[in-house]
Design a protein around this ligand. Structure first.
Ligand code: NAD
Ligand code: LMR
Length: 324
């Protein structure tokens, strides 16, 4: 399998590449070839990372290619993990960030459209992940829309961990967690459909104030808390979630559980059609299906609506910039 990683010399890349090469994605017996994309000034640093990959002598690493031309790097790739994005700098407004990243994701969408393998799957980690995925998808008309997703698995994992800690259960006992909406502070981590040890999580917790004033803001603002503490954004956990998401997508989610993925909306749960929004999904052999039939009460409804309204605003902004 040929796996492309963009922003490969960045922080997330420094963790992600070694996990990929050591077999965390497909298992140790299925070799992968890495195709690493960076901007020209970062290629020297990337060469150093490749030296380190060599030095690990990973049995499952079949080859590594690096470069700054997406048409060359994406040629024939089966999985593209789009991590590289322009972070917000001093004085930059949200619109500037959307514009800077828009240029990256239009070019990468077009390149994937023309040179990726027929079975390509594309996972977007670089922020603003949902809207970057929308831009790439809109610029790749020949790739089926369901081949694009944006990462909310980190939020999903954060939510599982917080709930496990609160209830004293191991993380493996927490099932059916859902992140709805945008990978941003408006996201809605939903415990009302989750289970702990087979029992409804909200009933096990039995503390509405904790759900509303502790759990939801802790999960939704975790990215900012890590930036505050570490001085830079989450990297190893983001890499780990990027692998979890891709592995489950390609190999299938557990039969007694579901996962959160931001995928193109078909209008399920009244999320406007065409937005890349996070849903509960089951996955199997590279396909995903939105879990249907969950009851959404008023508490959840307003929160899902607020996050999807933000996604619609981002979509309108990139549409105005002519990026989609
Ligand atoms: P970083 O700044 O350390 O690395 C980003 C890399 O991308 C840099 O090496 C840069 O040179 C490269 N890059 C920039 N433009 C590029 C282009 N056009 N083509 C290829 N590479 C390009 O950042 P990081 O910490 O690795 O984070 C990467 C992104 O992931 C950021 O946008 C961050 O906000 C996001 N992120 C998302 C999640 C999530 O859960 N979705 C979690 C953590 C971080
Ligand atoms: C995260 O969730 O850790 C990242 O998206 C970083 C951020 O800006 O929140």
């Amino acid at each position: 399998m040929k796996v492309a990683v963009t922003g490969a010399a960045g922080q997330i890349g420094y963790s992600l590449l070694f996990r990929l090469a050591s077999g965390s994605l497909l298992g140790p017996d299925r070799p992968i070839e890495l195709r690493l994309l960076e901007i020209e000034p970062a290629l020297k640093a990337l060469e150093g990372v490749v030296m380190e990959l060599d030095d690990c002598a990973f049995p499952g690493l079949a080859g590594v290619e690096i470069g700054s031309d997406p048409e060359k790097i994406f040629d024939g790739v089966n999985l593209a993990l789009l991590v590289g994005a322009r972070p917000r700098g001093p004085g930059m407004e949200r619109g500037d960030l959307l514009e800077a990243n828009g240029a990256i994701f239009t070019a990468q969408g077009k390149a994937l459209n023309s040179v990726a393998a027929d079975d390509i799957r594309i996972g977007v980690t670089g922020n603003p992940a949902n809207t970057n995925a929308l831009i790439a998808m809109s610029n790749a008309p020949d790739i089926p829309q369901e081949r694009f997703s944006a990462l909310t698995r980190l939020d999903h994992n954060r939510a599982i961990s917080q709930l496990a800690r609160k209830t004293g259960a191991p993380v493996t006992d927490v099932k059916h967690m859902t992140i709805w909406g945008n990978h941003s502070a408006t996201q809605y981590p939903d415990v009302f459909h989750a289970e702990v040890g087979g029992r409804n999580a909200a009933e096990v917790v039995d503390d509405q104030s904790w759900i509303e004033n502790d759990f939801i803001p802790t999960v939704a603002k975790r990215g900012a808390a890590i930036i505050e503490a570490r001085g830079s954004s989450s990297a190893a956990s983001a890499a780990s979630a990027t692998i979890d998401a891709a592995r489950d997508w390609l190999l299938g989610s557990a039969t007694d559980d579901w996962v959160s993925m931001a995928v193109v909306s078909d209008g399920s749960y009244d999320v406007p059609e065409g937005l890349i929004s996070s849903f509960p999904v089951t996955t199997s052999a590279g396909d995903w299906t939105i879990v249907q039939g969950l009851d959404i009460d008023d508490f959840s409804r307003v929160r899902i609506d607020a996050s999807t309204a933000e996604l619609a605003e981002e979509r309108d902004a990139v549409r105005e910039l002519g990026l989609i």
